[in-house]
Ligand binder design. Structure first.
Ligand SMILES: Cc1cc2nc3c(=O)[nH]c(=O)nc-3n(C[C@H](O)[C@H](O)[C@H](O)COP(=O)(O)OP(=O)(O)OC[C@H]3O[C@@H](n4cnc5c(N)ncnc54)[C@H](O)[C@@H]3O)c2cc1C
Length: 432
């Protein structure tokens, strides 16, 4: 039997639940369709939820309501070579006050909570339901079918929020059938249980404060980086690799992750912990140039399905962009209902809303970052340069010291080459 709604959202991740919540609060009859047995069941990510202005508007007490772990007060970057490392850390007072700048979370808890808020607002959540086909009539999307279920779900507008591989966007003809491996990354993560007191002591934290650290030079020559984030009583530790570079290396992500966990600097941080689980997932890292068609007649695309992920090498922002784009897709669907216009033109307001938001503005500002990050020297030579420079600066030999600028020039010439340094500096300047 077919059922009709005013809108259908495919996927109850952050993008989909934010869209459903927005539409349900405006009184639309919305179906939120999720393939898992509950929202977030199999969803994974690194671990840092960046501040969500999209949800703070709806829930001014967001940080008290949502199931969060620790709020991030310290952010660090570690440059590593085999046996040396150099860390930089920012610990800001403003990160330690509400509205906090970011949190660690667990997706199964967070995604489930957000979907439940959409249900409280009036959305109908349909779980264990994999969307199969996209129904179209005269070029207009009119609904979806669910795998192994009879009948169809019908609605004048469908929001495709089914993640990076979005078959909904593909079947609606809004994205190309294959991906460029140069625009994709794969992330692997280990969740390691560790007592909260030990985490506080080891990372200098108190009162549910959290630490987020990124690592460069830890991927055995594969383009990528590492991360370690503190949850309440566990650590999320992992690596992210450019897919093309990983493929070319012939190495496996889990071997590289195990080697990372055994590196002396990381081993000290996870010492005494108990491995709970491994997980892996793809990330659309191509930035602005990877964005597919965002809307068509009767359809909108949000979150990772629309490649709205900002990987700059400094930060990986995905959930905040997914949630914001979901809210904007919801607002566009509400406007289309008011105007009774679900044509491509009627739904083009979504693109205008996105263009005015920080989502598209940030992706445009950092448009050159993905290409810049394809430079192998970032993952090999530069960590060596930084570590060797700092080592020489602090080493006492009992002989006269060279000053910093001379040491820098010598290390730069040895490790990277001055021409490369100038070219890379220019490229980073333009990209960041
Ligand atoms: C290793 C790794 C580390 C990351 N680290 C961070 C980080 O620290 N901070 C950050 O902000 N972002 C991070 N990201 C990115 C972030 O996870 C994504 O950008 C974000 O999850 C996108 O949300 P979404 O709702 O668009 O898609 P998803 O979270 O992928 O949700 C899609 C939903 O759709 C459902 N679904 C899929 N297909 C169907 C179907 N056919 N029918 C019904 N349901 C379907 C899925 O089950 C899922 O619930 C990371 C990603 C990875 C892989």
């Amino acid at each position: 039997m077919s059922r009709s709604f005013q809108a259908i959202v495919v996927g109850a991740g952050p993008a989909g639940s934010s869209a459903a919540l927005t539409m349900a609060r405006a009184g639309l009859d919305v179906a939120l369709v999720e393939r898992g047995s509950f929202p977030g069941e199999k969803n994974m990510f690194g671990g840092v939820l960046h501040r969500l202005p999209s949800l703070e508007k709806i829930f001014p007490d967001f940080w008290e309501r949502a199931p969060l772990e620790r709020h991030i007060v310290k952010k660090g970057v570690t440059f590593m070579t085999g046996d040396s490392s150099f860390n930089t850390t920012i610990e800001a007072g403003s990160f330690d006050r509400p509205p906090f700048n970011g949190y660690t979370i667990f997706r199964p808890r967070f995604d489930r909570w957000l979907a439940e808020e959409a249900v409280k607002a009036g959305a109908t959540l349909i779980t264990r339901a994999s969307v199969d086909e996209v129904l179209q009539s005269d070029g207009q999307v009119t609904g979806v079918t669910i795998l192994d279920r009879k009948g169809a779900l019908k609605a004048p507008v469908v929001v495709a929020a089914d993640g990076v591989l979005s078959f909904t966007a593909l079947k609606a003809g809004l994205r190309r059938p294959s991906f460029d491996p140069g625009q994709m990354a794969v992330g692997v993560k280990a969740l390691i249980d560790l007592e909260s007191d030990l985490i506080d002591e080891r990372f200098g934290l108190v009162r549910e404060q959290g630490f987020a650290n990124e690592f460069v030079g830890c991927t055995a020559g594969v383009r990528g980086g590492g991360f370690l984030y503190t949850n309440y009583d566990s650590l999320s530790v992992g690596l992210v690799f450019h897919l093309a570079s990983l493929k070319g290396s012939g190495k496996t992500p889990y071997d590289l992750l195990n080697a990372f966990l055994e590196q002396p600097q990381v081993a000290k941080m996870v010492r005494g912990g108990r491995l709970q689980e491994y997980s892996a997932h793809l990330i659309p890292e191509g930035g602005y140039d990877m964005i597919p068609e965002l809307y068509g007649a009767g359809i909108l695309v949000a979150g990772d399905a629309a490649a709205l992920c900002n990987a700059t090498g400094l930060n990986l922002e995905g959930i905040n962009l997914a949630s914001q784009s979901g809210v904007l897709a919801g607002e566009a669907a509400i406007a289309a209902h008011k105007a009774r216009d679900f044509s491509r033109k009627g739904l083009s307001i979504y693109k205008s809303l996105l263009d005015e938001s920080y989502v598209m503005k940030d992706l445009k500002s950092y448009r050159r970052a993905p290409q810049m990050l394809h430079n192998n020297r970032i993952y090999n030579e530069y960590p060596e340069l930084v570590c060797s420079l700092m080592e020489q600066l602090y080493r006492i030999e009992g002989t006269p010291k060279e000053n910093l600028s001379k040491l820098f020039l010598k290390a730069a010439r040895d490790k990277v080459g001055l021409k490369n340094l100038a070219a890379d500096g220019f490229s980073a300047w333009r990209a960041l």
